[in-house]
Design a binder for this molecule. Sequence first.
Ligand code: GLU
Length: 428
Amino acid sequence: MANLNKRLIVGANMPAPSENVLTNTQKVIRDALDRLGYESAMYDLLSEPMRVLTVQIPVRMDDGRTQVFTGYRAQHNDATGPTKGGVRFHPDVTLDEVKALSIWMSIKCGIFNLPYGGAKGGIVCDPRTMSLAEQERLARGYVRAISQIVGPAKDIPAPDVYTNPQIMSWMYDEYSHIREYDSPGFITGKPLVLGGSRGREQATALGVCIAMREAAHHLGKEVADLRILVQGFGNVGSNVARIAHSMGAKVVGISDAGGGVYNESGLDIPALLEMRDSFGMVTTQLSNVMSNEDFLVQPCDVLIPAALENQITSKNANDIKASIVIEAANGPTTPEADEILQQRGILVVPDVLANAGGVTVSYFEWVQNNQGFYWTEDEVNSRLEEKMVASVQQILDTAERYQVSPRLAAYIVGIRPFAEAIRWRGWV
Ligand code: GLU
């Protein structure tokens, strides 16, 4: 009976087929490899991570109990170099999600010419209900559990949803203790005093805003004329709102896990940033908060989903008012919704292109750690800008040349270095 119940509960939590981010991603990988003319063995290798580790992490909670958390680390492919990608702390983490996220990391590294393959980690937990001491014990326990498969020349973690420089610091400290030498190149997204890079914290958001500016120019528009809706007010969403505002755009709506606020004449972004708590919540202190469903269909020129997966679906895609969607989150659009947006002539700048500023500056951080020589913020930002502008152009040109969506174009460009490296190494 207990087993049956468990199975029913697991079944109830399983995403609907169109919302399984792994199978959705595998379809795009197949399409990209077909267009590049690769055989099925290449697909078999690249459609799944080459290595996945599942761990059980016992954590002593503040009340004396031990709670056991499940964690994952998926390494997609290391033909082009060590693997790289964040670790998320979230109650909805699943193995399929972590696998898909690791594949997306590969595509990002491929597009941006970073000498890495993709990886991703996740722990099923809700840090919003945990004390800092409990989060620290969990972070350290995770590093002990995965220590054999990670390292500065193997697999380099970073922040993701609900993880931050503090968690990176504990993980770095734990890893350095295990190896018995200081290893700043083991993890990125560290604070500056521990070898972090200038510009890393806002890098994803800056990249998103540069991608937005380039996409707008492509359609003959200027940033100052854009009304922007930002879904999510975590590290990425709040920095996107701040940077877009400073670029002269009108941020008309922002939202967090509690809902959204909208004002057609533009929101007071500096005031909202002041109110934000460490999990990106602001709406608890505001009135006239609308539901997430209503929020996404408010009038705007640009919609920037910066929260979690599967937010733009076949249910709301027809009602979205934006003419440009910039995917700051990973996987915010289902394939059906993508199709609808495409048919409606909405320009979708896909996640693997739009949000790769984060991993790009993580790469800069790792390079600086390896050299022991640190760059100015201007150097970081201008190198990021150069890569972002070139990549957006390359993807739009590829979409044009192959007559495909920017998403498929991004996968074609991003998967190619893996297929070529695999050929050179003689694996397929
Ligand atoms: N978690 C971020 C992402 O999804 C950054 C990964 C990194 O910096 O390695 O791209």
